[in-house]
Design a protein around this ligand. Sequence first.
Ligand code: UT7
Length: 329
Amino acid sequence: MNKISAAITAVAGYVPDYILTNQELEKMVDTNDEWITSRTGIKERRILKGEGQGVSVMGIAAVNRLLEKRGIKADEIDLLICATVTGDMIFPATANIICDKVGATNAWSYDINAACSGFLYALATGSKFIEAGTHKKVVIVGADKMSAIIDYTDRQTCVIFGDGAGAVLLEPNEEGLGIQDSILKSDGSGCKHLHQKAGGSAYPPTMETVTAKQHFVYQEGQSVFKFAVVGMADVAEEIMKRNNLTGDDIAWLVPHQANKRIIDATAKRCGLPDEKVMLNIHRYGNTTSGTLPLCLWDYESQLKKGDNILLAAFGGGFTWGSIWIKWAY
Ligand code: UT7
């Protein structure tokens, strides 16, 4: 029997209808379209509005689209992993909620919190269950409702983040396609540069934590930028080198969409021209766990069977990593 690899066999995404433009942000904080565009590449982002609308709303929509596309029923899913830092609640896992609402009654499910690298971590983890031969259909969701933890009076963070979700289906492949290699890293000493201070067990919610705005994203932009620009490029280069891949071999780079300048630096280090780099940061901003599957969703029609695709991300933790995939359809 041939070796079993885990292949992505369908991709879907969901972004909310509401578009928050740079022009609208100009009316909210002291910023301007020129600054946001030149420093980040972002023009607009999507926001999920409505009371009680958690991140699961987007995850459910993405998974329902995924199932419809692949023509399978929810009860065929064996496992669903949701990467998110903005779960509906501290517990239960958002993955449990998604499974309930889509009718994935035979699946077990859990969340992974690895910030902007969450989708990579979940994809690497989920693929192991397929490779082991114990699971046939694994759904990986990357979803975040960043607007729930953003201070819209803080111009340093509110211009960057947006809401969105993507999902992929993993199935066994015996043609040598699918996930080929992954390198994942973490360094918890990066916590001080990027975190949400309160709401967890260290600093549970109090009137004081709310007043001090400690339930919002805290980011030292410049420090994170310096680590991200090196970390993402390093790990993408490392996975290429250890698999003897050059820029000519790679059909697409799928980079985390945090800042266009970080994306450009990674592409340059990998020897990849702009036309091989997936980009949608101008439309969605940084959707944290959502960026990579949303890129795959946007570019799916341009992908060909056998294409070498390099995913790379860097984010809070710090966490970072890269996955090499041979596209399967
Ligand atoms: O996805 C998770 C990982 N996160 C990242 O990868 C984010 C990495 N960091 C970044 O992308 C960038 O650092 C930012 C986009 C967050 C900021 O860009 P920057 O080029 O590093 O700007 P800066 O923080 O050095 O600020 C430059 C200037 C400052 O003014 P002064 O001190 O030079 O007068 C800021 O106060 O720009 C000012 N500034 C703004 N001006 C207009 C900061 N934010 C804004 C804004 N509009 N929104």
